[in-house]
Design a binder for this molecule. Sequence first.
Ligand SMILES: *[C@@H]1O[C@H](CO)[C@@H](O)[C@H](O)[C@H]1NC(C)=O
Ligand SMILES: *[C@@H]1O[C@H](CO)[C@@H](O)[C@H](O)[C@H]1NC(C)=O
Length: 423
Amino acid sequence: MQVPSSLSLLGILPALACAATLTQITAPFGPNPRNVSFHIYVPDTLPPNPAVLVNPHWCHGTAQAAFQGSQWATLASKHGFIVIYPGSPNAADQCWDVSSKETLTHEGGGDSLGIVSMVRWTLDKYHADSKRVFVTGVSSGGMMTQVLLGSYPDVFAAGAAFAGVPFGCYAPKNNAGQYGYWNAECATGKVTHSAEQWGDLVRAAYPEYNGWRPKVQLFHGTNDEIVSYVNHVEGIKLWADVLGLSETPAQMVQNTPLASWTKSVYGPTGWLEAYSAQGVPHDIKVQENTVMAFFELNCTSNCFHWGKGSPCGGGEPSTTSTTAKSSLTFVTISTKSSSTTPTPSSALVTTSTKSSFTPTSTTSWASSTTSACHATYVPGGQALWAQCGGIGYSGPSACANGACTTYNSWFAQCVPTPACTAR
Ligand SMILES: *[C@@H]1O[C@H](CO)[C@@H](O)[C@H](O)[C@H]1NC(C)=O
Ligand SMILES: *[C@@H]1O[C@H](CO)[C@@H](O)[C@H](O)[C@H]1NC(C)=O
């Protein structure tokens, strides 16, 4: 068991430091205009830079119910990550705010900002890995999952939504936004758009953003009587567009992960996965193992390097647009880190300064990034999927199309550039 070395920490946070239970954080944790409540599960034993999973509950749910109603806390203890259980402040139905202008806007307020503040507080307090922040939820929690992925692509590495709706689907038709709006049109599957229109909603949430877009998993029952299956189809269109992928599956696998469920994989890199659960109603079973694998939360070696595959610039996707935000997020880290860290300070510095990502080959990375983000064709560059870098490789480092994406020291490849293609 990892016990913090500092006794002062014990004095400050005894429950968090010593006992793995669901704990409510009542101290201020950052901007939270809607007063979303904050529960957290921190296992007794954590790796130095643990991942963070956010698990928003369903309508009429609570943080406690979400904590008890899934395997996430058990898996967190087993694999060493932290789980945040936010609680909806909406007394009427405890649904999430997935319809307001604020929640659908980056740093705009609403429930989404309150939840992101919890993430930032947790990254700070536990020196958690800002490149491995994930979100998953069912029903209203699945809707909030898609809201968070759309409004905060810089915060989340990936998300898995069960029986949710596409980002922006719950906003009232006039698009003025409204808090606590139950959009029956959307729920019953009457809101449909083209892929690009859906994608535009996400891009409008954070127009200046040009970086990493999270991986997405969508799960939906074909017999969903509350949130129409149409929303699954529309959600695939939306995320395929945002990620720059074809709406036609590259691969389909029957009876996965359960009998009568079909897994569809979009794009060659598997950035988008959709699971169609034949005959399943709204009460869909959470597939923790499938989500764990997608988030690589059960990975022990040779794992995907989150953030490094980002077509537009590696570990920190939002280098061009985070100036204002970074002061909000990270100033507190450096002031608190020395007194509360259970980890070596060198690890801390890299985390808090966000400088741990170093491209394997600066030259090829820089040139390919530039070409990728402006979606220009580079004559003589490598074809899509061809190698463009890595130890021992001496061929061209530019990509004719796409971005030269470094997967590890030995291998970089030209991959399509979902987020950066000029539109
Ligand atoms: C915020 O919510 C908490 C319960 O989670 C409640 O005790 C508190 O009074 C609320 N504050 C405001 C300003 O509504
Ligand atoms: C992670 O979980 C998936 C699904 O259960 C499994 O297929 C995979 O082998 C696991 N990976 C590791 C490293 O345990």
